[in-house]
Ligand binder design. Structure first.
Ligand SMILES: CC(C)(COP(=O)(O)OP(=O)(O)OC[C@H]1O[C@@H](n2cnc3c(N)ncnc32)[C@H](O)[C@@H]1OP(=O)(O)O)[C@@H](O)C(=O)NCCC(=O)NCCS
Length: 188
């Protein structure tokens, strides 16, 4: 499948050889819908939600950013990872909305490269911090976030439904001295 590219792709440090990072576009929606069902069974985002998130990220004044990492091959590009971050107007905290790498491409630095890029986006937008929720049992993701300097600041009881589980809220301060508020009041 050939994908239209919104901007020239580039290779940030840390991406595996032969892969590129670029903005997610409308032509990625079907692929991401299929991957969501595999990577987040029980809580996959719908086609409508993914399409509206991509559309919002392509607005003239976007308040969120979505990225994909793909590998080119003679058969066409293969999507290996995707992620998104909401940064709003840059006056508050950013939220990591999603991050995932296909099983066959894990432990090669793909999520790390996307996270580094999205944290830079939040910093450039002026955000005070990046926040995220992660399943308590998701040790791979928690380890990824800890490696990037995120620290747990609380839990949200029964935040995930399928299956039911608490969320750990993690935070990465982007400005010196920016203190976390109580969990649940991040956008006040
Ligand atoms: C979590 C996830 C995004 C990590 O993607 P990835 O591309 O494999 O991550 P990276 O290769 O960039 O890993 C960077 C670091 O994160 C940590 N990490 C990643 N996977 C890990 C695992 N399975 N166990 C322990 N630490 C892990 C390590 O510190 C790793 O560095 P290292 O490989 O040098 O030790 C991936 O496992 C995934 O897609 N999981 C399913 C979807 C998901 O849970 N998303 C997060 C929702 S909150």
């Amino acid at each position: 499948m050939t994908r239209r590219r919104a901007r020239a792709p580039r290779e940030p440090a840390g991406l595996p050889a032969g892969t590129v990072m670029r903005p997610m576009t409308g032509s990625d929606v079907e692929t991401v819908v299929a991957l969501e069902r595999v990577l987040f069974p029980g809580e996959a985002w719908s086609r409508e939600l993914i399409a509206s998130e991509v559309a919002a990220s392509c607005a003239q004044v976007p308040d969120r950013r979505y990225l994909v990492v793909e590998r080119d091959s003679p058969q066409g590009p293969t999507l290996l990872g995707y992620s998104g971050l909401w940064f709003g107007d840059g006056k508050g905290d950013a939220d990591l909305l999603s991050i995932a790498t296909v099983l066959a491409a894990r432990r090669q630095g793909i999520a790390s490269a996307m996270l580094t890029e999205l944290v830079s986006t939040a910093r450039e937008a002026g955000c005070r911090a990046v926040l995220l929720e992660v399943r308590e049992s998701n040790l791979a993701a928690r380890s990824l976030y800890a490696r990037h300097g995120f620290e747990p600041i609380g839990t949200r009881r029964r935040y995930y439904l399928a299956p039911l589980e608490d969320a750990v809220v993690m935070r990465l301060p982007l400005q010196p001295g920016a203190q976390p508020g109580p969990v649940g009041a991040e956008h006040l």
